[in-house]
Design a protein around this ligand. Structure first.
Ligand code: DGI
Ligand code: FE
Ligand code: FE
Length: 198
């Protein structure tokens, strides 16, 4: 399947509310900028941004039903906080029903909310662009944007750290994958720093 930005944009326009579409287009634009900056494929980044939240507005009980049917429930927390399922649900639908055969985009959509240990560059890009797109407005957002622009891996670590802090402050449960993602990125960066100094 060739990647057609216009087709995916139309899909997002048909499926999403006006507000969610605005966010989606913001993620697609910002992901493309970051992809160019870091030598990744800008077309793939835009496409992943366009489809990352396709399942977000499906009622939660239906998301849960799809997740059960498609065997996407991996942690007890998935059922306790079902709003973390829209990435895996959209990714499964795109791959198995829509025929999207780009594994990197499918993974970036699946893991855009929680991350995972061992994320690839496009997964980091979409995770982070989602949090820092132009419409997002919170005190640290410019620092997060600059960190991402300077270094994708370090910037993503800063984004996951921000999410952990936000969840702690709002007394929401931390999903094991968020913690595992943080630990993994931190470990990868420590290895990088040690090998630079070696
Ligand atoms: O779909 P978006 O709103 O664009 O963004 P998203 O896919 O990153 O989802 C954001 C929501 O996910 C937000 O309400 C916080 C929540 N979230 C992210 N990580 C965790 C989490 N919620 C819980 N309970 N635990 C997490 O680790
Ligand atoms: Fe999302
Ligand atoms: Fe989003």
């Amino acid at each position: 399947m060739t990647l057609q930005v216009e087709v995916l944009r139309d899909l997002a326009t048909r499926v999403l509310s006006e507000e969610r579409l605005r966010h989606t287009l913001g993620v697609a634009d910002w992901a493309e900028v970051l992809a160019r900056r870091h030598g990744l494929d800008p077309l793939k980044a835009r496409c992943a941004g366009l489809v990352h939240d396709l399942a977000k507005e499906i009622p939660l009980n239906s998301q849960l039903r799809y997740a059960r049917r498609w065997n996407l429930l991996k942690y007890p927390e998935d059922e306790q906080s079902p709003y973390v399922l829209h990435g895996p649900v959209a990714a499964y639908w795109l791959e198995h029903y829509y025929g999207l055969d780009d594994a990197e985009i499918v993974a970036a959509v699946a893991n855009h909310t929680l991350g995972r240990p061992g994320m690839g560059p496009l997964e980091m890009l979409i995770y982070s662009a989602d949090l820092t797109e132009p419409d997002r407005d919170f005190p640290e957002v410019d620092f997060l944007r600059q960190s991402l622009y300077d270094n994708l891996e370090k910037g993503t670590l800063v984004c996951v750290k921000h999410t952990l802090k936000y969840l702690e402050q709002s007394k929401r449960p931390i999903h094991p994958l968020t913690q595992l993602t943080f630990d993994d990125l931190q470990r990868r960066q420590n290895i990088g720093i040690r090998s630079q100094n070696a």
